[in-house]
Design a binder for this molecule. Sequence first.
Ligand code: AMP
Length: 299
Amino acid sequence: MDVLIIGTVGYDNVQTPFGKRERALGGSASYASVAASFFAKPSMVAIVGEDFEEKHKQLFLSKQISLHGLKQVPGKTFAWGGKYEFDMNEAKTEFTDLNTLLQFDAHVPEQYRNAKYVFLANTDPVLQLKVIEQLKNPEFIVLDTMNFWIQTKKEDLLKVISKVDVLLLNDGEARMLFNTVNLLQAAQQALKLGPKYVIIKKGEHGALLFSDGKHFSAPGYPLEVIKDPTGCGDCFAGGFIGYLAKHNKVDEPSLRRAIVYGSVIASFNAEDFSLDRMTRLDSSEIEKRFLEMKDIREF
Ligand code: AMP
């Protein structure tokens, strides 16, 4: 089963206590697509500028990611700079240069409009809405967002939330969007807007799944090596939706397993900068860590 992914493809300047990278390949759609590619065939809808390097296109193609929706236009590619202190759960954004994202029309190529599984990765909620409007019969739409859009386009974001099946947020964003310190209350408010499920990511501490009257808690993987958490949220989401698309099932047991697969993929991503670990990752490593995760929560 294919997964349609819309989001950003960009160049990141990242600094963590373990090193620094400039103009490293990043962006929400980049991470999510590579993560989903371990389970399903992703199709990407995004925009880049003329400075986007051919080797990065080749990297996506080597992961069987379909690029008919990756538009290249004159101008500069989206760029983001972030810094992590020793608490690596949250990046401090140093700059966000939207660049060519400002002229993106989020056109979904005809051959992608029948997609059943759709991930609206972090990008302008106006673009996320445009994508939904072009879809013919989506079965399962997952939405991610972040503080930048909560602060600048909250009304549009609330509209998108009402049209999706799953809302993904990290804990800080959930508190910011719903103006409460209590995550359970934030999740309940989110469910009232329309989604069937809300997933609150808690960085290295795992993720919580909320649905009407029920919840599930997945642990984080205790990593020995952690260099750069950039893109972990997107890798989590890509792994999550990729797993569901592969099995073409969205009942609660499948969602729980998908969350654990998402956490496994995200844990690998944090082991190196940019997409470096993701490009070296293979399926046997994913399965091995999935079993370790099962063992961690057995009691
Ligand atoms: P994550 O660490 O999973 O939250 O996502 C990190 C990625 O999000 C980086 O590679 C950035 O390029 C990208 N990013 C940062 N700010 C934004 C934004 N406002 N909209 C979309 N993508 C962003």
